[in-house]
Design a protein around this ligand. Structure first.
Ligand code: ADP
Ligand code: MG
Length: 254
C-alpha cells in the first residue's frame, strides 16, 4: 500500500512545489513507484515536470469535483518511476464548488483509495492555504511533510498549521501524522539562517530532517526546463540534497 504524504504549509514560496517535484523524482530514481498529485491551482508541479495541466484531459479538479476515477487522470512523466495527476487553474474553483458537496473533505481520499496499491509513495502538493484543497489532502494522507524556509518569518504561521493538523486529527483523519519538517533555502553564509535552523530544531525536535536543502540556483532553474533537478543537473548541490532527503524518507518508512 502506498504511503500518502501531503506537502503542506499555508505560506507561499517556502519550497512545497520544489520539494514535491524533487523528492518524488528522487524516490523514483531510487526504485520506488511514485504518484505525484498536483493540488495547487497554479499547476507548477505539473509544468515543472514538463506537463501542461491546462492541456490535460482530466486533472485533480475532475477527480475532486466530478468524481472522475484518478486512473483516468494520471499520466506517466518522462522520469523514472514517476507518474503525475496534473493540476490546473480550474482547481481555483474547486474550493467553492466542493462546499456544496457531501463528503467534501474526503473527495481526494475516495479518488486515491482504489489506486493506492499501485504505488510505493503518493505525494500531494498542496496550495498555499488551509482551505478545502489542503483539507482534502489531509483527509487522504497518512502524514504531512512541512517545508520551512530558513528566513526571518520562518516560524510565523506554524502554530496555525500545527493547530489545523491537531484539529484534523480530532475529526477528519485520526491517524494523520507529521512525516517530517524540512528546512529549505538554507544559506550558510547568513547568521540568520543558522539561527532559524536552531529555532526550528528546538520547536520540532526529532521530526526535523537531518538533510537541509540549501539555496541552490539549479533548483530554481530546473522548472523552466520542465525537469526535476536530477535530470537538469545531477551533480548540483540541490540534486544531491533531495536524493539524501529521499534516502531519509525511505529509511523512515521501512
Ligand atoms: P511553494 O510551492 O511553497 O510556493 P516553491 O517550491 O514554488 O514554493 O518555491 C518558491 C520559489 O523559490 C520558486 O521560484 C522556486 O524555484 C524557488 N526555490 C525553492 N527552493 C529553492 C532552493 N532550495 N534554492 C533556490 N530556489 C528555490
Ligand atoms: Mg507551490
Amino acid at each position: 500500500m502506498g504511503k500518502i504524504i501531503a506537502i503542506a504549509n499555508q505560506k507561499g514560496g517556502v519550497g512545497k512545489t520544489t520539494t514535491a517535484i524533487n523528492l518524488s523524482a528522487s524516490l523514483g530514481e531510487k526504485g520506488k513507484k511514485v504518484l505525484l498529485i498536483d493540488s495547487d491551482p497554479q499547476g507548477n508541479t505539473s509544468s515543472g515536470l514538463g506537463i501542461d495541466g491546462n492541456q490535460a484531459e482530466n486533472s485533480t479538479y475532475d477527480c475532486l469535483v466530478n468524481e472522475v476515477p484518478m486512473q483516468d487522470a494520471i499520466v506517466k512523466t518522462d522520469y523514472k518511476n514517476l507518474w503525475l495527476c496534473p493540476g490546473n487553474i480550474s482547481l481555483a474553483g474547486a474550493e467553492l464548488e466542493l462546499v456544496e458537496q457531501k463528503n467534501r473533505e474526503y473527495q481526494l481520499k475516495n479518488a486515491v483509495s482504489p489506486i493506492r496499491e499501485n504505488y510505493d509513495f503518493i505525494i500531494i502538493d498542496c496550495p498555499p492555504s488551509l482551505g478545502l484543497l489542503t483539507l482534502n489532502a489531509f483527509g487522504a494522507a497518512d502524514s504531512v511533510l512541512i517545508p520551512i524556509q530558513c528566513e526571518y518569518y520562518a516560524l510565523e504561521g506554524l502554530s496555525q498549521l500545527t493547530r489545523t493538523i491537531k484539529m484534523v486529527k480530532q475529526g477528519l483523519n485520526k491517524d494523520l501524522k507529521i512525516e517530517g519538517v524540512l528546512l529549505t533555502m538554507f544559506d550558510a553564509r547568513t547568521r540568520l539562517a543558522v539561527q532559524v535552523v536552531e529555532e526550528v530544531r528546538k520547536y520540532f525536535g526529532a521530526t526535523v530532517y537531518k538533510t537541509v536543502i540549501p539555496r541552490n540556483v539549479r533548483l530554481s532553474e530546473a522548472p523552466s526546463y520542465g525537469q526535476p533537478v536530477l535530470a537538469f543537473d545531477k551533480r548540483s548541490k540541490g540534486a544531491k540534497c533531495y536524493q539524501k532527503l529521499a534516502g531519509e524518507v525511505i529509511k523512515m518508512n521501512t
